[in-house]
Design a protein around this ligand. Structure first.
Ligand code: FUB
Length: 441
């Protein structure tokens, strides 16, 4: 069986947990993540990519269903399982494979899930459906028909402070907005085109409000793949003034990006996707990074990272290939493992890697362990915590590059609290070693 198909088939009916950096989950492909805070938990509502059967793709994608995920610590992710499948949608094409980017909002204790799907009646590329539940995790009850008067992809809903709700949607030269009626399932008046946005392809509207400013954010293809851009305004229906780019376009073979922005426990985050696991732009994986604003409310441009979000505890190996910064080395998928993982490779004398926000607790760690391999002579790994050298690990030849060994040395100092770590590699002129993970015990 194809390994991607196998991975996709591993969608488990009961809850599934991941402990991760970026991407957030590795047991299935997830795209277009909409993050929302409900009941003090951070929920993510992504779409699902699967490997296409011949002739089933929709613009290259095969997207049959939706799962919902949650976290409380930004590190442990629970997959609550499937909430809607294309075959459940009364008005949808049962083999449409076009369940694109969704959203979910809460009003008066009811969770309203908005999603695009190809309609069975053939009237339009995508129609937007609504499903409701009394818990973000479902079960969801689907409306019999799609929202009348609306046609397009990527629904996003903003509920303003006065309780009025607005639906944003569409893909193409123009994005649209329309107010929803109090029932949240029908529109008030006619959809309006959002004016004054930059020209060329746009999609994935995501609107949020902060300090009285409405931020209209959107993926925008102005030169070959999508960057995440934004405009701001004083009214939920616009006009919006273009402000600039939040995240640059990817230049490594993935055309889409699709995001959402949320505040959780006093920190803002951007959720988005990349093709980390598959290296295939139609089999994407959701990611997240911290996001910051300046004191006038401008969004500071964000570089996509592998490190992602959350504080890493030392009770498990630290996947240092999900680094904060790196110099003169590469990252590749682990070759030997059944599970999805990566390794640092092509490490040379002077290469380094940093990994931020590791929680050492109250100083119980006595040793550091490095899982490494070397088909050459190996080298020395200088371990710095909070800029202090706390260990030197000598890695020797392990037989070949795929033969992994654990190298353990005592720490020279007690380390407490949340710290950033840095590994600096030293050795001769050849490639020194590959690294899988580092652990403190
Ligand atoms: O995931 C399918 C489509 O690709 C989304 O609806 C778009 O925003 C883009 O990410």
């Amino acid at each position: 069986m194809n390994k991607f198909l196998l991975l996709t088939c591993l969608i488990i009916l009961t809850s599934w947990h991941a402990f991760s950096q970026n991407p957030l989950v590795t047991h299935m492909f997830t795209a277009d993540p909409t993050a929302r805070v409900f009941n003090n938990k951070l929920y993510v509502f992504p779409s699902t990519d699967i490997v296409c059967e011949e002739g089933k793709s929709q613009n290259g994608f095969c997207m049959p269903s939706y799962n919902v995920f949650s976290t409380e610590d930004l590190t442990t992710w629970t997959d609550h399982g499937l909430i809607i499948d294309q075959t459940d949608v009364p008005w949808g094409k049962k083999d449409g494979f076009g369940m694109w980017a969704p959203d979910c909002v809460e009003k008066d204790g009811i969770y309203y899930y908005f999603f695009p799907a190809p309609p069975e009646d053939g009237k339009g590329f995508r129609r937007i459906g609504v499903a409701t539940a009394t818990s973000p995790e479902g079960p969801y009850t689907l409306e019999d028909n799609y929202i009348q008067g609306v046609e397009g992809i990527d629904p996003n809903v903003l509920i303003d402070d006065d309780g009025r709700a607005y639906l944003y949607y569409g893909g193409g030269e123009n994005l649209k907005a329309v107010e929803l009626n109090a029932d949240m399932k029908s529109i008030k008046g006619k959809p309006k085109t959002i004016e004054k946005l930059p020209t060329r392809y746009k999609e994935g509207s995501f609107v949020f409000k902060k300090n009285g400013i409405y931020y209209f954010t959107f993926p925008h293809d102005q030169s070959g793949s999508e960057e995440i851009s934004y405009a701001t305004g004083k009214n939920p229906m616009g006009p919006f003034e273009y402000q600039g780019i939040i995240m640059d376009r990817f230049k490594d073979g993935i055309w889409t990006n699709h995001h959402s922005i949320v505040e959780y426990k006093k920190q803002w985050f951007i959720f988005y996707h990349h093709h980390d696991i598959s290296n295939n732009q139609h089999l994407r994986s959701m990611r997240a990074d911290s996001l910051f604003f300046d004191n006038k409310g401008a969004i500071l441009k964000k570089e996509a990272t592998l490190r992602g979000i959350g504080i890493t505890k030392i009770d498990k190996p630290i996947q240092i290939d999900r680094y904060s910064k790196a110099h003169n080395l590469k990252v590749n998928r682990l070759k030997y493992a059944d599970v999805v993982g990566w390794q640092l490779d092509y490490i040379k004398n002077g290469s380094y890697v940093t990994y931020n926000s590791v929680d050492f607790g109250n100083g119980t760690a006595k040793n550091v362990i490095l899982k490494a391999s070397s088909g050459m002579q190996g080298g020395t790994v200088n371990v710095f915590v909070a800029n202090e050298l706390i260990a030197k690990i000598k890695v020797t030849n392990t037989g070949n590059w795929d033969n992994w060994k654990e190298f353990k040395v005592p720490l020279d100092k007690t380390v407490k609290g949340i710290q950033n770590i840095k590994l600096v590699f030293e050795g001769n002129d050849s490639y020194l070693m590959n690294v899988d993970w580092i652990k403190f015990d």
